[in-house]
Design a protein around this ligand. Structure first.
Ligand SMILES: [Zn+2]
Length: 218
């Protein structure tokens, strides 16, 4: 899955200026990582997917509240899904095939998700066989200029390339839950693959919610 290429293609497709947007799923994250782990597209015996995540200590402390905010958005979106934060000391929080080479410095790639799949398959709601996700790993690019919280900094400049931790965190959690980018031009969606300087989305769109309901059989 090469999200960068697809994102650039999409930029062309919808006539956006490449300088004005940054592809969400691809950041430079030389040192910053958060790890989300759990059983893939995951009906449990009670029908509720139980997802836990860990934020590694190399993530700046000031980012934690925004990352948790993103997890809560998806948690609240479906009764068939829970996202729970675990302590960073969780021994399951190990994921060693990080493709750090994809990290490209400021601009372009902002962050990405790696997913480890099991050979085991399970049925989705439509009866399709899907590989079960064993765990996922989100890497964010520390070379980007980030801001935290639910609003951009005062007087944020539209060409500043200041990027919201909250919005990107929520978007990457969506990938972890196997929610795809929208096929149509739906810029209000959290899963829309671009973010803009000074932009922050504090809520999922109706489309995002419909997708997660579909995936987790609600
Ligand atoms: Zn994405």
């Amino acid at each position: 899955m090469d999200i960068v290429i697809r994102a650039r293609y999409r930029m062309k497709l919808i006539g956006l200026t490449p300088g004005a947007v940054v592809a969400l799923a691809c950041w430079d994250a030389a040192s910053a990582q958060m790890i989300f782990h759990g059983p893939g597209i995951w009906p449990k015996s009670d029908g509720v997917a139980d997802v836990c995540y860990v934020i590694r200590p190399n993530i700046p402390l000031s980012w934690n509240a925004d990352i948790d905010y993103g997890a809560q958005l998806w948690d609240l979106a479906s009764t068939k899904l829970t996202l729970t934060k675990h302590a960073t000391a969780n021994p399951q929080c190990r994921f060693n095939y990080v493709q750090k080479a994809r990290i490209d410095g400021r601009g372009a790639l902002l962050g990405f998700v790696e997913r480890r799949l099991k050979t085991e398959t399970i049925l989705d709601c439509d009866g399709h066989l899907l590989q079960r996700v064993e765990r996922s790993h989100t890497i964010l690019d520390t070379a980007e200029a980030w801001f935290v919280g639910g609003a951009p900094p005062p007087n944020c400049e539209l060409n500043s390339r200041l990027i919201s931790v909250r919005q990107v965190g929520a978007h990457e959690f969506g990938h972890w839950l196997v929610v795809k980018h929208p096929k149509l031009v739906q810029p209000a969606d959290m899963m829309w693959p671009f973010t803009y300087s000074c932009q922050v989305k504090n809520a999922l769109s109706a489309n995002d919610v419909a997708e997660v309901h579909n995936l987790y059989c609600q």
